[in-house]
Structures are given as C-alpha cells and as structure tokens.
Design a protein around this ligand. Structure first.
Ligand SMILES: [Zn+2]
Length: 195
C-alpha cells in the first residue's frame, strides 16, 4: 500500500497535523526560503510555521527573485548570524518587518546566501535569549540551535510582545511525539537526550 500524504501538511494521512495548525495573524511578515533538499524531510517544521501564520510564505528554491525580498511597506531583515547582526529586538522599527528565514542545515543556508547576493546583503538579526529547543532531533550546530518553527515563534514573540505565538508549536510538539514513538523511546534517549 502506498503511503497517502496529506496534501497540506505533507504528513502521512493517519498522522495529519492540520487539525492542530492555527491561523495566527501577525504584523510581521515571515518569508521562509527553503532549500529544495529540505522539502521532503520528515521534520519539515518550516512548513508548519508557514501554514500556521496568515502573513507568511514559504518559497522553495536555490535562487530567489529580488522582488520577493522587498515587498512594499516592510523592512526586510535576515534571521542569520553575521558580524553586524543585531539582536532582533533592537532591529524593530515603526515599519513592520519582513523577517526572512533561511530553512535548512547551516551549510545549505550559507549556500542560499552565497547564491543570492541580495539576500546576503540584507540587515541581519539574531535571537538573543531564546529558550532551549524542546527537542533536538536534528544535527544542530550548538545548544542554541532551534528548529525553524521554534525560531520563528520566538522571533515573533519578541517583535510583537505581549502577543503569544505558542499555538504555532502545537503541531510541532505532536510531530516530535510521533517521531519519538516511531523510533522507540530507547533510541530517542540514546541519540537525542544529553545526560
Ligand atoms: Zn494535514
């Protein structure tokens, strides 16, 4: 039997997450740039973020149209480290932010920047004091590494305080629980919990 995937959340139908995905408004516009190698990854958390936010878009590719990076009425900032990166709270101005989030491993994200000079030239913002990731299922560069949906949730909560964006994490939690069940608790603990 072929596995049938939900066309919206891309999960196998018995584990469809759509019922848990919110429709949250935000003043900030979120643009997720996803490397094609991430699209079919089982833990595609960027997709959950894009589906859960009304003012968000996920674009898959290696090179991107520059018009995408400068929609009228928004100030574009790239969520990525750099020498001149500012804490995101300090970068907030009167104009709403277009928060551009590269999705993928660090290596793939760097490649996207390399292939898109206009992207690399944008002012950069970073997340300070982000809570630790709830789960570490993917190879991440350090303890501060968050999944894409966690990073976006945290960024929006800083920019739009006191609004809560926690409902964005609901399908993520369910996704992780399903993943842990599938691999078995023992394997999860051995590979992903630091003791
Ligand atoms: Zn679904």
């Amino acid at each position: 039997m072929p596995r049938i995937l939900c066309p919206r959340c891309n999960r196998p139908e018995p584990r469809c997450l759509c019922a848990l995905i919110p429709s949250l408004p935000s003043r900030t516009r979120v643009l997720i740039l996803q490397h094609p190698s991430e699209v079919n990854h089982a833990l595609n958390t960027a997709r959950l973020a894009a589906l859960g936010l009304l003012n968000a878009e996920l674009v898959v590719g290696e090179t991107f149209d520059e018009a995408l990076l400068s929609p009228p009425g928004y100030r574009a900032c790239l969520l990525f480290p750099g020498d001149e990166a500012q804490p995101i709270a300090a970068a907030a101005v009167d104009q709403p932010m277009l928060l551009i989030v590269p999705d993928g491993t660090w290596r793939k994200a760097r490649k996207l920047l390399h292939l898109n000079p206009a992207l690399a030239a944008l002012p950069r913002v970073t997340l300070d004091g982000a809570p630790p990731s709830r789960y570490r299922l993917r190879k991440a560069p350090g303890p501060g590494a968050l999944s894409t949906v966690e990073a976006i949730t945290h960024a929006l909560e800083i920019l739009e305080a006191p609004a809560s964006f926690q409902p964005l994490l609901k399908p993520f939690d369910a996704l992780i629980e399903g993943q842990i069940e599938a691999m078995g608790e023992d394997v999860y603990r051995r590979n992903h919990v630091q003791e």
